[in-house]
Write a protein that binds this ligand. Structure first.
Ligand SMILES: [Zn+2]
Length: 308
């Protein structure tokens, strides 16, 4: 299990965080001795001369916080291709032809850095809960009803565990629906895991990551307090939250990524390398789209006929 660190260390480093551009540095191949140029935040490279697997031990030292845990790949390349092939023709709007799209050379595997945050939160909330009175009316007549307001006060506590925040600018926004990672399988970080896979140090602004963590917690707390407060409706909800036992660690999680062309257009998808969950863009079949338009026009015509 990865060891957690106190959040004050994170905040201190975040204060002076500047998104450094990694320098190019030289690594000597341990097998043939040739010199390889690589970006200092890249952790794994293959020797261009003898194809030996080389690990750049300095890759994570480039940032002050180094990964302590890693979720190993469970989805092989063959399995990832199969997941893609099943997904690409799913639904009635996609050509069966899509199954033939070859992605084998465009599919890349990455160990992506994520912050895992923990915190205990204790909140006190106040607000007015509202009850509609008068007989049941439909929604358009809501404004005709009286609302009886009642002041309520309450508390809500929650222990956030392993709230994952993406620490890579490259994957930011691309992986929102990739599903959770099961951290029961988290292994202590070891360079042996990254041999053969692309992996790099975190490069996203730490303050931004921390803000996202707080925003996620507060949204969750807000929803829970709203549910506790409201009868039919509510207003003036105010929440005061106290945070304690805040800790964090940096982990690497597995992701497959692919950019592929289909009929001259670029599409992209990503796969959760642990669960196999897939997310991305795919080409809609033109014949299906045409069919949909024709159906729509027919229905529209029918509608006009009825009106006349
Ligand atoms: Zn070599």
């Amino acid at each position: 299990m990865a060891c957690e660190e106190n959040i004050s260390r994170f905040k201190n480093i975040a204060e002076n965080f500047e998104a450094k551009t990694p320098h190019v540095h030289n690594l000597n191949c341990t097998k043939c001795g040739s010199t390889i140029e690589l970006s200092e935040n890249i952790a794994f490279v293959e020797c261009s001369n003898c194809k030996a697997n080389l690990v750049n031990l300095n890759a994570y030292k480039f940032q002050e916080i180094q990964p302590t845990g890693i979720v190993p790949f469970q989805i092989s390349k063959a399995k990832a291709i199969q997941i893609f092939q099943n997904w690409i023709v799913e639904g009635i709007w996609y050509d069966a032809d899509l199954k033939k799209v070859s992605i084998i050379h465009n599919l890349s595997a990455y160990y992506v850095p994520f912050w895992s945050f923990n915190a205990q939160t204790d909140s006190v909330w106040t607000g007015y809960s509202g009850k509609y009175v008068k007989k049941k009316l439909d929604k358009s007549e809501l404004h005709n009803m009286d609302v009886v307001w009642k002041l309520k006060i309450g508390t809500y506590s929650h222990n956030f565990k392993n709230l994952l925040i993406c620490a890579s600018t490259h994957f930011l926004g691309k992986i929102n629906h990739l599903g959770p990672y099961n951290l029961d399988n988290l292994k202590p970080f070891n360079f042996d895991y990254i041999v053969g896979w692309d992996s790099s140090a975190f490069d996203r602004d730490m303050n931004e990551s921390f803000e996202e963590f707080k925003k996620n917690m507060n949204q969750y707390i807000q929803t829970k307090c709203e549910a506790k407060l409201k009868d039919d409706t509510f207003k003036d909800l105010a929440i005061q939250t106290f945070y304690s036992n805040e800790t964090f660690y940096l982990i690497l999680v597995p992701i497959w990524e692919c950019n592929y062309f289909y009929k001259g257009k670029l599409y992209n998808f990503v796969i959760n390398g642990q669960s196999g969950e897939i997310q991305g863009t795919k080409p809609i079949s033109k014949s299906c789209l045409l069919f949909l338009i024709i159906i729509f026009l027919l229905l529209f015509g029918l509608f006009l006929l009825i009106l006349l």
